[in-house]
Ligand binder design. Structure first.
Ligand code: ADP
Ligand code: MG
Length: 263
């Protein structure tokens, strides 16, 4: 922890949301989210469509600005600097520095179609971190091997299955050495037989101690890999706890109703 670590964030906390609100125009989509993700924790977030899950992840990753409240990642206030009790927006360069700490994997794989798997994984370290080519190539090879694609490095996205493309996307996010990985329904666009290979990679990342926030409908993954489970509905956290407990014994009627549909 550095001297600039805000006193509001306890040691060992990777993400802290403090009464986070988000409006789109007049529509309030996040209505006061309070959450803490500890370093090394896997938090799974579930909830019906439209409940604000993606918006919350997008706020963490600077893709949306919070309208109220505070969000901290790795001790830094997301998007702002605080001085004498006032908040000042960060400059673009400072925002991109903060964003480098965060890897994100989306439902759609978003790979560059004109680049091979290897080139996709090398791209950000070369362009953003200005790593020498040989170094980022070696690291990309290591990461692609780790996600089980050591033999597909020269393939273009169109020559890979959805599950393989998503594993490349995970390797690409890891190439920036993030402290935090965000997953927004990473298996929802996949054919059912390809879901397992992506979840396996995520499971091994978790086992290596990566801090992860995972929006998913895969309750088996949440139960097995998650340290905590958050149920969101209507822009609020309705319920959270140990996955096994929430899944076996949901306290809130809305959680029960949701789980009865997905389990
Ligand atoms: P979830 O991921 O849980 O399905 P989202 O975070 O995508 O939910 O969306 C929450 C609500 O915010 C929805 O009602 C959605 O229509 C709305 N919303 C999301 N993004 C925007 C946007 N850019 N502009 C306006 N409304 C949005
Ligand atoms: Mg979503």
């Amino acid at each position: 922890m550095t001297a600039e670590t805000p006193s509001e964030v306890p040691a060992g906390v990777m993400v802290k949301a403090d009464n986070v609100h988000k409006y789109f125009g007049k529509v309030e989509v996040l209505k006061g989210i309070d959450l803490e993700v500890r370093a090394g924790e896997v938090m799974c977030v579930v909830g019906p469509s439209g409940s604000g899950k993606s918006t919350f992840l997008r706020c963490i990753n600077h893709l949306e600005k919070v309208s109220g409240g505070r969000l901290y990642v790795n001790g830094h206030l997301v998007g702002y600097r605080e001085k004498n009790g006032k908040l000042y927006e960060l400059r673009d360069r400072e925002v991109s520095e903060q964003r480098r700490e965060i890897g994100m994997v989306f439902q759609r794989f978003n790979l560059f179609p004109h680049m091979t798997a290897l080139e996709n994984v090398m791209e950000a370290p070369c362009r953003v971190k200005k790593l020498p080519k040989a170094q980022s190539r070696a690291r990309a090879e290591e990461l692609l091997t780790r996600v089980g694609l050591g033999d597909k490095m020269g393939n273009y996205p169109s020559q890979l299955s959805g599950g393989q493309q998503q594993r490349v996307a995970i390797a690409r996010a890891l190439a920036m050495d993030p402290s935090l990985m965000l997953f927004d329904e990473p298996t929802s666009a996949l054919d059912p037989e390809l879901v397992g290979e992506v979840l396996e990679v995520m499971k091994s990342l978790a086992a290596d101690g990566m801090t992860m926030v995972v929006v998913t409908h895969e309750m088996g993954f949440a139960r097995e890999v998650g340290d905590s489970l958050v149920f969101m509905d209507g822009g609020v956290v309705v319920e959270q706890g140990a996955p096994r407990e929430v899944l076996a014994n949901p306290q809130h009627p809305r959680t029960r109703e949701f789980l009865s549909k997905v389990l």
